[in-house]
Design a protein around this ligand. Structure first.
Ligand code: KIV
Ligand code: NA
Length: 271
């Protein structure tokens, strides 16, 4: 089993790889390809559940997908991304929702979109044995305040992120996602912290990288500018399904080898 300690040992030594997965089949593929951390991201909202953004994702939806990913993996660290408003408003409720992901669904850690309001919660969760991955910079659950643009482009905001990163490390976070921030800020945060930083749209100086599965394999309809497409799964699916439809319509499928007959079934009406 990959633990948060293993990740911390990798930091600065070899790059940490993290990728999202939302079901058991994908999680197994992602793990066997060598990914260290499987994130059950709330990006499932737009990536696979048909929503405009991540805000509508529920705790029940996350729990169901975390369970599937945990069943699909052996060794990877499985991180449950806590949905909008499932944490941060009420401590007892936050602990219950986060705890459920480990206790009932098999996650190894949770990720919280972080801010001043998650410092004491991070400490409480870590005290209770729930490892917390922090997330600063662009936090898509705040899209109604920030949009999806790069964050922390001025000194004041950049300093705020550096301070919050330190505060979350002090509170016991085991790693930090930095999303869509200037590369030179991410480099300084990485330098300042002992815990690993995992970047997305944050340049090459973080301790690891994370992307969304559907972007990486070319299944997404559109992807953010900082993502990279490494395959064409959309094209593969289109061509396979086209071929299936054509085979059924033309009568080529099913063929002889797809059909079995049983003896003594002829002339059923004749007595
Ligand atoms: O939901 C998600 O996939 C994420 C990553 C992009 C960090 O939060
Ligand atoms: Na997320």
């Amino acid at each position: 089993m990959t633990t948060v300690r293993d990740l911390q040992a990798m930091a600065g030594d070899e790059p940490i790889t993290m990728l999202t997965a939302y079901d058991a089949v994908t999680a197994a593929l992602v793990e066997s390809a060598g990914v260290d951390v499987v994130l059950v991201g709330d990006s499932m909202g737009n990536a696979v559940l048909g929503h405009e953004d991540t805000l509508p994702v529920t705790v029940d939806e996350m729990a169901s997908r975390v369970g599937a990913v945990a069943r699909g993996t052996d060794d990877a660290l499985v991180v449950a991304d806590m949905p909008f408003l499932s944490f941060g408003a009420d401590e007892a409720e936050s602990v219950k929702n986060c705890g459920r992901m480990l206790k009932e669904e098999g996650a190894n850690a949770v990720k919280l979109e972080s801010g001043p309001h998650t410092v004491s919660l991070t400490e409480r969760l870590a005290d209770l044995g729930i490892p917390v991955m922090a997330h600063l910079g662009l936090t898509p659950q705040s899209v109604n305040q920030t949009g999806y643009t790069q964050q922390a482009s001025d000194r004041e905001e950049a300093k705020e992120i550096l301070d919050l990163a330190r505060a979350h490390e002090d509170a016991g976070a085991f790693a930090l996602v930095l999303e869509h921030v200037p590369a030179n800020l991410a480099a300084q945060v990485t330098e300042a912290l002992d815990i690993p930083t995992i970047g997305i749209g944050a340049g090459g100086d973080c301790d690891g990288q994370v992307l969304v599965f559907t972007d990486v394999v070319g299944l997404a309809e559109s992807s953010p500018p900082f993502a990279e497409q490494f395959g064409d799964v959309r094209g593969e699916v289109e061509s396979a399904v086209d071929d299936y439809v054509e085979a059924v319509e033309s009568g080529d499928f099913p063929g002889q080898r797809h059909a079995n007959t049983a003896e003594d079934l002829d002339d059923l009406y004749s007595g």
